[in-house]
Design a protein around this ligand. Structure first.
Ligand code: MG
Length: 386
């Protein structure tokens, strides 16, 4: 099998279900990897995107990583059975790249990596989680993954009214755990938002808060002290992601779990996090985004590094809230996965019509990532092929 073409486009996405609310001109890059293999008269194509929350990566994909894949001989990209081998393809993309200086090249590589896995699982005619499980030697026994609903952004008007409406919708959908944003308004206002949501939940153990890395060292401690009595599920993205000293200070005096790693993009960064941030083994949570971390090969290195240091994979709840990370959570038997039911459409959330049952999501039973279960997303991808 040969890769014939790699096409890409950068498209706008929104943090809000109502995309007219300003979202900082956020965008993501979609890619299509087209092969010379055909099924039912159509070329087999792998699709991917740059996850959510960072910006698109068109330049690096166009100028650096896609040309390396297209220039590689088929034998350098394929396994013995002739299918694409995403690990070999990843080595090809990274040829000549120097250690360190991850910047956001890792997002560009992770975008293409998603499409390579979608492609390989489609060729194998298996859902990605089953295909990936076989490749890495983990037997798949469950099609269900614990998930939580991510959302709770600030609304420009009637914030608490719209926030509680959103959370009621999450609960009606079958979610049992919710994550909301904090850190963008005075602490006392955030506490009012938290208490409004807690009124809808059994207790604090069903609510995580995400400060989006906004707190200064001083504010991080003040916020931790204020949040401590709520006994929340976790306190995420507390301060600058590289400020391990502040993480350590918070962990020393904040008893409930804290979550970190969303804005760290490599196994080396993840190693420093567990070495120096004072995180507590099998108590705190890692939210590394597999797509932002150079894709599956680097994410596997992170998972293995954590286990080598005495952490459980159950500590990992990947960022992203979409189908690709759901497959990884299932295949690697991680703690669970984020779900973005309303935000970052049409990328957020899982198969259209698939129900969340008591906080568990079911994986789609179609080959690849299962983008075919998302017609609006497929419209975007299909436009790359015309
Ligand atoms: Mg976060």
């Amino acid at each position: 099998m040969r890769l014939v073409d790699i096409r890409q486009a950068t498209v706008p996405i929104s943090r809000y279900a109502d995309a007219s609310i300003s979202s900082g001109n956020l965008d993501t890059t979609i890619v299509a990897i087209i092969t010379d293999a055909y099924r039912a008269g159509e070329p087999i194509v792998g699709f991917g995107f740059s996850s959510i929350g960072r910006y698109g990566q068109s330049g690096l994909i166009r100028d650096r990583f896609a040309p390396r894949l297209l220039a590689a001989p088929a034998e350098d990209l394929c396994a013995a059975d002739g299918n694409i081998d995403p690990f070999r393809a990843w080595q090809c993309m990274m040829l000549g790249e120097k250690p360190g200086g991850h910047g956001e090249r890792c997002v560009a590589v992770g975008t293409l990596d998603m499409a390579l896995w979608d492609l390989a699982a489609k060729v194998a005619e298996e859902p990605l989680y089953q295909f990936l499980g076989k490749v890495i030697g983990i037997e798949q026994t469950s099609q269900q993954v614990p998930v939580y609903a991510g959302g709770g952004y600030y609304f420009p008007d009637d914030d608490i009214g719209r926030l509680t409406t959103e959370v009621r919708q999450f609960l009606d959908q079958g979610h049992t755990h919710i994550k909301m944003k904090i850190g963008a308004v005075p602490l006392e206002d955030d506490l009012k938002r938290i208490e409004a949501i807690l009124d809808l939940l059994p207790d604090g153990s069903h609510l995580a808060v995400d400060a989006m890395n906004r707190y200064s060292p001083e504010m991080a401690i003040r916020a931790a002290q204020a949040l401590q009595p709520y006994k929340l599920w976790w306190f995420e993205d507390i301060c600058d992601p590289l400020d391990f000293t502040t993480h350590e200070r918070v962990a020393a005096e904040y008893s409930p779990p804290i979550a970190a790693g969303e804005a760290l993009f490599s196994a080396a960064d993840a190693t420093n996090l567990i070495r120096y941030a004072g995180l507590r083994r099998n108590h705190d949570i890692f939210v590394f985004d597999p797509v932002h971390c150079y894709g599956v090969p680097e994410y596997l290195q992170i998972a293995e590094m954590l286990e080598d240091n005495g952490w459980s994979r159950q500590s990992c709840w990947p960022h992203g809230g979409h189908l690709f990370s759901l497959h990884l959570a299932a295949a690697l038997k991680l703690g669970g996965n984020e779900c973005n039911p309303h935000n970052f459409q049409p990328f957020g959330g899982f198969a259209d019509g698939a129900e969340i049952s008591e906080g568990f999501a079911t994986l789609p039973d179609v080959p690849g990532v299962g983008f075919a279960t998302r017609p609006q997303l497929m419209n975007l991808f299909s436009a790359l092929l015309t």
